[in-house]
Ligand binder design. Structure first.
Ligand code: F6R
Length: 617
């Protein structure tokens, strides 16, 4: 959702804010705005509907105003449409204070009514919940003449989730932030300090970062950082070094971030495995934080949304097969509203690229309250979900900037597979030799995946021929099923084409009625050499739909002769056993969706209506 950046330091705030917003734009791109205090103590704000570039094109002389204190915002609209008025920052204290907000203030209507009753002259310039907070901080500032205290008094009245940053022209060199269930991280510089929704906001200036806990207030000045709780009591904080480097979130010559990130998938898997496989065994020191809990658990519940949830579906197949523990996979937003059965013998594993998805965060909090042990699989250091969990396995996919998740997905699956093999070891469900053999297969995947990516041009050509397609179906069985779902999700979100993923066996129970002459259907075909009967079953499914006119686009093992007679197109992938094949089969579908969207002239990095990090429920 919205991206937030704050800066205090030297007279370069406009540059710092704009470069931070550029790196955060994936969080929302309905509008953008900045507020800076210039060297003469004047407050300037500029905000524009549309993407960040519209704001940049419209800055006029604001760069000249620069100054050492500023805040910036890129918006994903919740309350009020995406126009100039609703863009942030919002003003308070007669224009002397500027505020930016991420999240939703649930009691804003009540607060707004109260503000209007008590201050008949007050004029609201926007339809947002955020402006209420700006006006309230302004009123409190007049009473206290202390920005941190004014914000503290305000947040005590707010319900919901929020990150707020404020500055006031009477306190140059100060930015104050507050957070509840919404992300905010500090960047520590030399004579300058930063705030950001995530570390991407300031990683080009510093690798030193500090986590901010729930319900805390932070005040940054060029040479100091102070953190308190919402009651004003000082709190301890943890500094960490950012593992990403700034160039990792540059496009670097690629046509899109998404193209670059797909090309990084082999590396994302390799880095996630790095140091975690030693002498044919899994080494996950991160799990020490769970103590002996892993010996006692009788069930695993996996929580995630969207693409992350599909990685969880693959984890279910792997963990149940290898460790023989029952696993349930749940969409985070469905989980806590149905009174789920969770107790101290349940290991709840959340999976989230951003580590900020509100639905998943709330589900994790529910699990903690129910007494479960919690483990996060996450790609973003300093994020909220790992902080709220007992332990975390970080995926090392590097920053994912394109809104559609790609390399994070394969890294999540790799991390889950390490977890599955570790659980198998702890519980003695597989022999050391079996585990070592499976780890070898896992380690071979980056090289195998690199050969799949070599087919990018051929897949692009296929996508180019299909720009008029109105609907595409995706079929898979067993581990191929989550891949089918993911292929369909990618096509929907990027190319705005109706797409559905089905378990291949389910087709004859209804969806086969959708098949008519020429209907394109991607089929994820399992290996003919896999030690199970999946392959012939999927070949039969292909025959059933081909007989009804479907156009078959098969992703199949190189040289799979059984597919050739029935497929219109075959995208070959190297041999891999059933559970590992998804890590090779998914990239062609990601590339297909991306290239089809590009051929239609769409923005593949920032699809309409979406934001990368969904921090509202
Ligand atoms: C799809 C996509 C989303 C995310 C989902 C969860 O391409 O990116 O479905 O996977 O919003 O996000 P995280 O992993 O950040 O919790």
């Amino acid at each position: 959702m919205c991206g937030i950046v704050g800066y205090v330091g030297s007279d370069k705030s406009v540059e710092v804010l704009l470069s931070g917003l550029r790196r955060l734009e994936y969080r929302g791109y309905d509008s953008a705005g900045i507020a800076v205090i210039d060297p003469h103590g004047e407050l300037h704000t500029r905000k524009r509907a549309g993407k960040l570039q519209t704001l940049i094109d419209d800055l006029d002389g604001l760069a000249l105003a620069n100054g050492a204190t500023g805040i910036g915002h890129t918006r994903w609209a919740t309350h009020g449409g995406p126009n100039d008025q609703n863009a942030h920052p919002h003003l308070g204290d007669d224009g002397k204070l500027a505020l930016i907000h991420n999240g939703i203030i649930e009691n804003f209507a009540e607060l707004k009514r109260e503000l209007l009753e008590n201050n008949p002259d007050i004029v609201f310039a926007s339809e947002t919940d955020s402006e209420v907070a700006a006006l309230l901080v302004g009123i409190e500032y007049r009473a206290t003449k202390n920005l941190a205290e004014a914000l503290r008094r305000t947040v005590a009245r707010l319900h919901g989730a929020f990150t707020l940053l404020v500055l006031h022209k009477d306190e140059p060199g100060v930015v104050v932030g507050a957070r509840r269930n919404s992300p905010l991280v500090i960047g520590l510089g030399d004579g300058e300090n930063f705030l950001g929704s995530d570390v991407a906001a300031f990683v080009e200036h510093t690798r030193r970062a500090v986590e901010i806990g729930q319900d805390q207030i932070v005040t940054i000045r060029p040479d100091s950082v102070t953190i308190t709780d919402f009651d004003g009591a000082p709190v301890a904080s943890r500094e960490f070094e950012i593992a990403w480097d700034a160039s990792a979130s540059e496009k670097g010559g690629w046509s899109s971030f998404m193209a670059k990130e797909i090309s990084e998938e082999p590396e994302a898997i390799a880095k996630t495995l790095l140091g975690r496989i030693v002498d044919g065994e899994v080494r996950l020191h991160e799990l020490d934080a769970l103590g002996d809990a892993l010996n006692d658990i009788d069930r695993v519940v996996i929580l995630g949304c969207g693409t992350a949830a599909y990685s969880g579906m693959l984890a279910k197949y792997a963990i149940e097969k290898w460790a023989r523990i029952p696993v349930d996979v749940e969409l985070s937003h469905e989980f806590r509203y149905r009174d789920p059965i969770v107790n101290s013998r349940t290991l709840v594993v959340s999976v989230s690229q951003s580590g900020e998805t509100m639905d998943t965060l709330m589900a994790v909090k529910y699990a903690v309250q129910a007494g479960a042990r919690t483990l996060a699989i996450c790609n973003t250091q300093g994020a909220t979900i790992p902080r709220e969990s007992d332990a975390v396995i970080y995926t090392h996919a590097g920053p994912e900037v394109a809104v559609a998740s790609t390399k994070a997905f394969v890294a999540q699956v790799a991390a889950f597979y390490l977890l599955g093999l570790h659980l198998a070891d702890v519980r003695g469900a597989l022999s050391k030799a079996e585990i070592s053999g499976l780890l070898e297969e896992l380690q071979a995947l980056p090289d195998q995946l690199s050969t799949v990516l070599e087919q990018h041009e051929a897949i692009k050509q296929l996508a180019g021929w299909m720009t008029d397609t109105r609907a595409v179906l995706f079929l898979g069985r067993h581990a191929g099923y989550p891949v089918a779902l993911e292929g369909a999700l990618k096509l929907k979100e990027l190319a705005y084409i109706h797409a559905e993923g089905f378990a291949a066996g389910e087709l004859k129970h209804g969806p086969i009625a959708l098949i008519e002459a020429g209907q394109p259907v991607f089929v994820v075909v399992p290996s003919p050499r896999a030690q199970d009967s999946l392959h012939p079953k999927v070949i039969s499914n292909i025959q059933e739909i081909r007989a009804r006119g479907a156009r078959i686009l098969a992703i199949a093992e190189q040289g799979d002769a059984a597919v050739l007679p029935y497929a219109d197109v075959v995208i070959p992938i190297p041999l891999a056993s059933t559970l590992f094949e998804p890590l090779l089969a998914v990239a062609p579908l990601q590339i297909f969706a991306m290239e089809l969207a590009a051929a239609k002239g769409l923005d593949v990095d920032q699809p309409r209506n979406l934001a990368k990090s969904v921090t509202v429920e």
